[in-house]
Design a protein around this ligand. Sequence first.
Ligand SMILES: [Zn+2]
Length: 605
Amino acid sequence: MKTVARALVTLLYVLVLGSQSSLLSQDVHPRISYKIRVDAKDLSGFDVEMRIQSAGDIMRIAMASHPEYDDRYWRYVENLTAESRGAPLQFTNEETAVWRIVSPGGDVTVKYRIHLPAQTTPARAAWKPFLSATGGLVGDLHSFMYVVGATAVPTRVTLDLPSGWASASGLDPTNDPKAFAASSVELLLDSPIAVGQFRSWDFKVKGVPHTIVYWPQPNAPLFDTVAFVAGVQRLVNEAIRICGPPPYRRYTFLYQDGAYGALEHLNSVNIGATSQNLAQGLTDVFGTTAHEYFHTWNLMHVRPVERVGLRYRPADPTGELWWSEGVTIYFSDLMLRRAQLPNYDPTRVAHLERYIAAYLLTPGYSRNSAERISRASDDPLGLGDDSASTHLQGNLLGTMLDLMVRDATHCQRSLDDVMRTLSGRFTPQRGITGRDIEQAVHEVCACDIHTFFEAHVRGARPLDFDRYLRIIGMRTQVSWSPAVSSDEKPQPDVRLSAFNTVDDPVLRIHLSTPDSVWGRAGLHTGDQLVSLNGQPVTSSADFRSRLGQLRIGDTAPVEIIRNGVASQVSVAIAGYDRPTVRIVAIANATPEQLRLRAQWLTAAP
Ligand SMILES: [Zn+2]
């Protein structure tokens, strides 16, 4: 009886607390505003102020984690204080990124400083905040905390910047030239803000304003800004032709000198583009822009369910990156061709040949489902001794799906229609699952798509490329030959790398394939890497450069630790075979195959 009574009390407790916490998150609509202050005399960081009104007596504030790059900027929060009407408040650090504040009345001002970490690489990651004498990047989830349970309320941010500095972001301007408005806290936390002295260009597409910002380093070489701006505008036109009306009120491209990488957002994008590269040509920047800008739809507005909402803990893995990332590669290649901009692969055939060859080289693609490879994309141990890129696999799956849709609809429809269907149906608050993607393809083609999804998306059956290329009267010709360098010298098999993570700093082996000389010698992904050729390995870059010194015929002793036991494995370095793929026309193609081929080759929608 006593046990039952206690259980009943516990149940009541859970019910009462549960209903209280849901009331908290549903019924409280606090007013929240932010300030950022940059002081030219101290660019080691910037000050943030967060004013919260009517939030309830107990609130939790948190630094959000990004599902793709969790940079954990809660580590750089300094001098955190909370006060209410001039009186200091107590707060507790509940979790690394979460603080609990008790404030009768719910009016709180939180102040803190983000101390910018020292740059440890020669180039800067384009999505991280920085400050320099002539400008930088602030804002988004690297700067702003949020009130847990109150991320849908509108907000604004006011900037206090050094004199002569401008600012730009995807947020809405206000009557105050120093302030931006955001329709939600969640949008503010997805909006980086470029500050300083930069160049900018404006254009409209379908009446929607777009801005391009380029922040140059001092003494940057000049580049062809007319061709640059015209090219970006053409990419915007092509993406809107594929996806439908822009899902934003305004959009800002934030390019910066001295940085690498890029990150998509709902209303903007960060892109690293060094002025030296831009002066040499625009192929790189157009390729990156096409991919990242297409993510505005495919990944930001049409996003996997696991990516819905703000969170302060790392996001759960998702099985849909083959679509969000890989199919984005498929479409960005099409956008570049339709916009007649420079592209690495001169033709669609050359592009597909390159991707199929990479697929065939690595057996991981033929042994793991697309959903499994997607879920393992952030986990170097996720596929065991296999490795595979969800980007590469998704591009090929998208290409085959497009061929099936064209076949079933006699080229009346294509994968463009599938993307437009998803864009019209889903929002950042209503994420997609694999079944939703299958349903959209099925609606567009009215054909049996279920078998394909069972075999290749949820199942691990290898793709039979010829089966789909036959739709356009083509097929592959695959030949295998020893891998050689550009000057025709046989290349040693160095198909492995070393990695460590923030949570596990131990250097470990990552095989590209268990069929390499390293895998066949008995090494496994996850083995702790101690030494190569008797010399300790100090970093993944050190390992890479030492692998580069190996020659065919060498014997490489590798010292490892597995399950706490040290051992040495001797690896006989040999060459390896690599596939070359040619896509050729089949004999006796029907008029329908020839018609579909002509449309496919010209990247027709
Ligand atoms: Zn991407």
